[in-house]
Design a protein around this ligand. Structure first.
Ligand SMILES: [Zn+2]
Length: 131
């Protein structure tokens, strides 16, 4: 058995004469590895586009797609931050000047500086955040 922890998705093809091809797409999302067939041992870096290209090519050569199945989750899933709200803790519930809601702006700028700030939606009161 080979260690397939780096494999995201596998496609298996078979030819009527018994020849078999396995295409692995790695979890990095771009490495494609071919086992068997005319390109045995080939390693490419075109991701799904390469897989589609190879599948089309092999099917035109008489191979039949037997099955394809996910092996591991793509690594890209690990890059998604937990929750989609990047706002830091500590937001004032209301503006201390007028009581209106306060919004978070990660790229607020005035004449003097630029950065994250709490901003009042009413009177435009603002408070800079220091990282
Ligand atoms: Zn205000």
């Amino acid at each position: 058995m080979t260690d397939d922890a780096h494999v995201q998705h596998t496609w298996q093809l078979a030819h009527p004469d018994g020849d078999e091809i396995t295409i692995d797409l790695w979890t990095d999302g771009y490495t494609v590895r071919v086992d068997g067939g005319p390109d045995d041992g080939d390693q490419r870096e075109g991701g799904r586009a390469d897989v589609d290209h190879l599948l089309t090519k092999y099917q035109a050569a008489g191979y039949r797609l037997v099955r394809d199945y996910p092996v591991n989750e793509a690594e890209a899933h690990d890059d998604v931050p937990e929750g989609d709200d990047p706002e830091p803790h500590g937001r004032p519930e209301h503006c201390p000047e007028c009581g209106d809601p306060v919004a978070y702006d990660p790229r607020y700028s005035d004449d003097f500086r630029e950065g994250a700030a709490w901003l009042c939606t009413g009177c435009k009161w603002g408070q800079w955040l220091t990282a």
